[in-house]
Design a protein around this ligand. Sequence first.
Ligand code: DC
Length: 221
Amino acid sequence: MIIAIDGPAGSGKSTIARMLAKRLDFRYLDTGAMYRALTWKAMQKGVNLEDENALCRLMDETTIEFQGKDKNLNVFVDGNNVTREIRLPAITNNIHYISNKPGVRQRMVKLQQKLAATGNTVAEGRDMGSVVFPNAERKFFLDADIEERAKRRYAEFKPSHKEVFYADVIKDIETRDMRDTTRNNSPLVKGSDAIYINTTKLTIEEVFNMMLKEIEAIIHK
Ligand code: DC
């Protein structure tokens, strides 16, 4: 069974996807981490981020793997644990070079489908319901007002990045929204078959329970 969760940055996808995967004992597939991982490697190797052929070749010779579970889920690139590094702003700011290349996306989609084929999966990203898992048993689209999403990101960053400013976080989210929704290839879209949840005024537990109810309804069908 595949549960597909899409939505913009800060909508609560990752937190909820992790919680659902844990409760249901499903695999959690963080596809954003995969785009981050390739961005990390391209930057390490000094690959020209505008060169689609070079990025496709890089993807072909790169191993992206997940190991562990729940809080101990780690992302490895060619055996190197990059879990922390791929969250750095330098990576976030450059992902769009990677994620707008059709050849790279094709390869990512194949790998994501292969990983999900190993068992029940909660997959989270931008094109899960539309492109990667069009036949997912349940599709969700999580959303929230931009101020709320920025507030969440700010609270997340503040303890570890003392220099972060709310105004910068909101600007960053605006830029990412624009890039995610206007990209030519697999832009973030809400399909008519996805359950739409606006999480602005909801607690994590409320969102979790709403989604769990929807999923359990099909498990027990
Ligand atoms: O979910 P995240 O913030 O870790 O994702 C990082 C970026 O990766 C996001 O801004 C767009 C891209 N992405 C994508 O293009 N397709 C996906 N399925 C997941 C992420």
